[in-house]
Design a protein around this ligand. Structure first.
Ligand code: SF4
Ligand code: SF4
Length: 344
């Protein structure tokens, strides 16, 4: 694919032309924070965002998603993909989407996710502002982002637009692009390289070192009790995480007791009910009864359990969990650093 240039004065016209033909989602300002929303005007797009409250996975995996309707023995799917362009995804969120793409394809393909994912064109963008709890430049550095179709880098008075797939290339018809010069391409590379090393938080250990220590600390109940002592079991750290993908499925019945719908909702392994089951004769069991075992489970998932199949940690360093935790105990950098220091 190619590398192109779009003058800043043409950018609004480009996004406007896309909005006129497709659903367009991008980061917009919400008070002092940012959120991915459907764009009605190109003027609302804020590529200078630091991090969004919720990750962009909600475009393919919404917090609540109807997955089936039933009426007696008849069951129909709710899959209805919409041609969508998702603008302004930072590289760490592309890495998170790559993980979900793999996990939702693994074993039984999840078409409720995959159909909308395939109908979406992802346009990555360079990081123009760094969030206060980010550490994306020191976690999983061995993993490259792959799933975007194009990438925008702000340079001087324009944008370098690198296309990676046919879907990305197809966007060229909406704007007044020309081929980028070697100087513009070099400037885009310099801009993207310069942002690395600017995160306010930093992990001082490799993925392998962290995985080994965290795994070895599984049985250290005292340490996990201390780390999780102030946990409210609210699940906010799960809800904002771009790599979390657990969901619950709920059936709703209409008054006829014959028809209804099935919906899936984001779930959160930090909540008390997550691992609770009902057994024979109405007996109850909760496999992770105590909040410290749920807290430990989250860190095992983020640093250890999935590493082999994902090729790196299931954490991309966005820092959303650190910002979302009322008790301020969810920050992976602080927790991992404590584990590394306590167990050394
Ligand atoms: S664990 Fe926290 S920092 Fe890591 S990807 Fe999830 S929300 Fe982001
Ligand atoms: S670690 Fe923080 S955000 Fe996560 S469940 Fe506990 S209190 Fe809530």
């Amino acid at each position: 694919m190619g590398v192109y240039y779009l003058d800043e004065r043409q950018f609004t016209a480009f996004v406007t032309a896309v909005i006129q033909t497709k659903r367009v989602v991008g980061p917009v300002a919400r008070r002092a924070r940012f959120a991915y929303e459907d764009l009605e005007s190109a003027d609302d797009l804020r590529l200078d965002f630091d991090v969004t409250i919720l990750p962009p996975k909600s475009v393919f995996f919404p917090p609540a998603q109807a997955i089936a309707r039933f009426d007696g023995d008849e069951v129909s799917s709710c899959i209805c993909p919409v041609d969508t362009v998702l603008f302004g995804v930072h590289f760490y969120d592309v890495k998170a989407i790559d993980q979900l793409d793999f996990l939702f394809r693994e074993n039984n393909a999840d078409w409720d996710y995959l159909c909308q994912r395939e109908a979406t064109t992802i346009v990555g963008s360079n990081i123009q502002a760094v969030s206060s709890r980010a550490f994306w430049d020191s976690v999983g550095t061995e993993v490259q982002p792959l799933g975007h179709d194009a990438f925008l880098t702000k340079v001087g008075s324009g944008y370098v637009f690198e296309t990676r797939t046919a879907k990305g290339e197809a966007l060229l018809e909406y704007g007044d692009f020309r081929e980028a010069t070697q100087d513009e391409i070099a400037e885009a590379e310099r801009v993207n390289a310069a942002v690395m090393g600017t995160c306010p938080e930093r992990l001082a250990y490799t993925t392998e070192e962290i995985a080994e220590k965290v795994r070895d600390s599984f049985g250290n109940e005292k340490m996990w009790d201390e780390l999780a002592e102030r946990c409210f079991s609210c699940g906010s750290c799960n809800t904002v995480c771009p790599t979390c993908y657990c969901f619950d499925v709920v059936d709703s019945w209409n008054l006829d007791q014959k028809s209804g719908s099935r919906t899936r909702y984001w779930d959160a392994c930090l909540t008390r009910e997550f691992a609770a089951v009902t057994g024979a004769g109405g007996s109850k069991e909760n496999f992770r009864e105590h909040h410290s075992s749920r807290f430990r489970h989250r860190f095992m998932r983020k640093t250890t359990y999935l590493n082999d199949k994902l090729g790196g940690p299931a954490c991309v360093g966005c820092g959303r969990c650190s910002q979302a935790c009322t008790a301020d105990i969810a920050d992976p950098v602080r927790v991992i650093t404590k584990i590394m220091e306590w167990t050394s």
